[in-house]
Design a protein around this ligand. Structure first.
Ligand SMILES: [Zn+2]
Length: 293
């Protein structure tokens, strides 16, 4: 398996009364941690936000469409952004990647260190103008915030379990999540049963760390004794679509006056993948020439 690869499962429960998405993002969160040198608390938060974006990308239909989740908070952890494309490519970054709190126990508490804030979901589908939904954080643990987003903004009752398990050496032992969405024809009794199962299910990353696959977790815990099926499994990967041309486009937007201040050259760095692009003084002059009529 590629070192930067995960998987997304899509399925249905009880003959399409519920939609099911499940993701294994262990390798992706590890790669994200290594690329951005994320400390434990930002790793756990970003792992959850990335997994949530991966799960939500399962509902995208148009080619090149993408979904972004952005968390903005007042606490020391501040938040972060994750974007997932329909094709399963993920990118994003934490706003406070090297946050370390003195009390070791604090470095596991995502919600407490995000504090008050908002969760924003932006869906971009083809040429249509983007859809945006925004809610106040419920507890900042991301799973309950996302469930609240679905309820408030899309009127879709959703059950979510997100988990990131990290060891003291910053190794991601397991990361993953499950999203179950109730459809309008859902039987209330089955819905209550899945809710009760969710309440009794340990964190998905703890179960994965014990060697259980996502299918095992669904069979033994969340969807025990229920009729369900997986209709599609597709890969997930951490991947950025940045390029020198794209950065050149961004530089052109600065205009002649600002570009003239950069005649010594500039080395912008991509927030998403940390790749740097070098523009020499000569290349800046070329950009200025291309802007002059
Ligand atoms: Zn990039």
């Amino acid at each position: 398996m590629n070192t930067n690869e995960g998987s997304l499962l899509r399925g249905s429960i009880c003959e399409n009364q519920f939609r099911l998405f499940a993701a294994d993002t262990t390798a992706i969160v590890q790669f994200l941690r290594d690329t951005h040198d994320l400390y434990p608390l930002p790793s756990i938060m970003m792992g959850r936000v990335f997994t949530a974006a991966a799960l939500m990308s399962g509902e995208l239909k148009a080619p090149n469409s993408e979904i972004a989740i952005r968390v903005d908070a007042e606490g020391a952890l501040k938040g972060g952004i994750a974007i997932a494309t329909k094709e399963g490519n993920l990118r994003g970054y934490a706003f406070e990647p090297q946050l370390w709190l003195e009390d070791p126990k604090e470095n596991l508490l995502v919600g407490k260190n995000l504090g008050k804030g908002t969760l924003t979901v932006i869906k971009q589908s083809g040429l249509k103008s983007p859809y945006q939904g925004n809610i106040a954080l419920v507890d900042g643990e991301i799973a309950s915030d996302l469930a609240n987003y679905y309820m408030q903004s899309e009127q879709t009752p959703s059950l979510i379990n997100l988990g990131v398990l990290i060891d003291p050496n910053a190794k991601i032992r397991a990361a993953g999540g499950i999203l179950i969405q109730e459809l309008p024809n859902a039987d209330l009794k089955i819905s209550c049963q899945i809710q009760a199962n969710l309440a009794k299910t340990p964190n998905v990353s703890d179960l994965m760390d014990m060697g259980l696959s996502l299918t095992d977790i669904l069979n033994k815990f969340l969807l025990k004794d229920l009729d369900w099926e997986i209709s599609k499994t597709s890969p997930l990967a951490l991947s950025c679509d940045c390029s020198k041309e794209r950065f050149a486009g961004g530089l052109r937007l600065l205009g002649v006056e600002e570009l003239s201040q950069l005649q010594d050259g500039i080395e912008p760095v991509c927030h998403y993948c940390n790749k740097s692009y070098s523009f020499s003084g000569e290349e800046i002059s070329e950009l200025i020439r291309s802007l002059k009529p």
